[in-house]
Ligand binder design. Structure first.
Ligand code: AHR
Length: 348
């Protein structure tokens, strides 16, 4: 399915944008970016990224950009959707017009993709979904998906909280938890929120509020400030990513309270997801973040392997999960078990 030079020239004309001929560099800012590495007989990949809200997202974009390079035989078209599904749909339509070989979609949210994915299918362009999922009525609208089991991540963190608090002799009803959720309707939010809600129901924890922090530090801070005004007994803050956790810690300390795992003595425990942001990892090492479930962003090589499988006429598995770890510098809990699987708790 490799395109000839003529086809590529036509495509570039349509794109109207040739950025850095012979270079695959594209910045990961809030603005729309397109990067086209130009050469003949290359596999053309249109990548619709949802935005640049977090350090995880930046690492994910970088992984894609550094994988689909000219020297490896790829022409990459990259579009940043700036958190708007409408922008992502426009990008996919542009990729279809340009007759790319593959579309890679990192969707902002699960719902609302059926029409544009039908258009891609009609154009016979395989779509690979990465990171979050799409909730398509017909699963054949995309070739395959690769990403994290977000609900499992939530179960790991809640299992850690359960094991830790049981060891400390803290009654389940004495855990007063707030959830700073991710972007509502995204798979990462849905899975992690469900992980906590189910655990709270099952174990008898007091889950007092669920408010979205949109996966950003700024919103995490704002939401935490408001929650501290609303409740005076919060002792666990479940942040659905590290950027929110950094903002929440700022807000807690700004209110004159202490973050940490000693909740019997008035500290507020913060738990989180990703383990990508350096500041968050440092907080985890010093105990300000008690526990982090890894969410691995390095999907570039994984998507490339799927594309190569398709190129070779193989049918990859529909759903491809990434193995992930759990981190804590608190040595009380050495391992957790979720379902039948035991996970060691590693140092961050
Ligand atoms: O979908 C993955 C999530 O999106 C990451 O946990 C978060 O940091 C990002 O914004």
């Amino acid at each position: 399915m490799k395109k000839c030079l003529l086809k590529l020239a036509e495509m570039l004309l349509l794109a109207g944008l040739i950025v850095g001929c012979g270079s695959n560099a594209a910045s990961d800012g809030a603005s729309n970016e397109e990067s086209i590495s130009k050469a003949d007989s290359y596999i053309t990949v249109g990548f619709s990224q949802l935005g640049a809200e977090s350090d995880w997202r930046s690492a994910n974009t970088e992984s894609m950009l550094s994988t689909f390079t000219e020297d490896k035989g790829y022409t990459l078209l990259y579009k940043n959707g700036q958190q708007k599904q409408a922008n992502q749909i426009t990008a996919i339509r542009m990729f279809i017009q340009q007759d790319v070989d593959y579309i890679v979609l990192a969707p902002a949210m699960e719902d609302g993709w059926d029409s544009v994915l039908s258009e891609a299918r009609d154009a016979k362009i395989p779509v690979i979904v990465v990171d979050r999922r799409v909730n398509a009525a017909d699963k054949n609208l995309y070739s395959c998906w690769v990403g994290s089991d977000f609900e499992l991540e939530g179960k790991k963190v809640t299992s850690w909280i359960k094991a830790y608090t049981e060891q400390k002799g803290i009654e389940p009803g004495d855990l007063h938890i707030v959830n700073i959720q991710g972007s509502i309707g995204s798979t990462a939010q849905i899975g992690r929120t469900r992980g906590l809600a189910n655990a709270a129901r099952e174990y008898g924890w007091d889950l007092m509020a669920e408010v979205s922090g949109d996966f950003t530090e700024t919103k995490g801070r704002e939401v935490m400030e408001a929650l501290l005004k609303r409740f005076n007994n919060i002792n666990v803050v479940y942040c659905e990513n590290d950027n929110e956790a950094i903002g929440a810690i700022d807000a807690i300390e700004g209110a004159g309270k202490k973050v940490g795992s000693d909740i019997l003595n008035g500290e507020i425990m913060v738990v989180s997801f990703d383990a990508v942001n350096e500041q968050a990892l440092a907080y985890a090492r010093e105990g300000k973040i008690s526990c982090i479930a890894e969410c691995n962003p390095l999907h570039g090589p994984r998507v490339e392997a799927l594309i190569q499988a398709l190129e070779n006429g193989n049918t990859p598995d529909k759903f491809n999960y990434v193995d992930e770890k759990i981190f804590s510098s608190i040595s009380d809990v050495k391992s957790i078990t979720v379902g039948d699987t035991k996970y060691s708790v590693d140092m961050p």
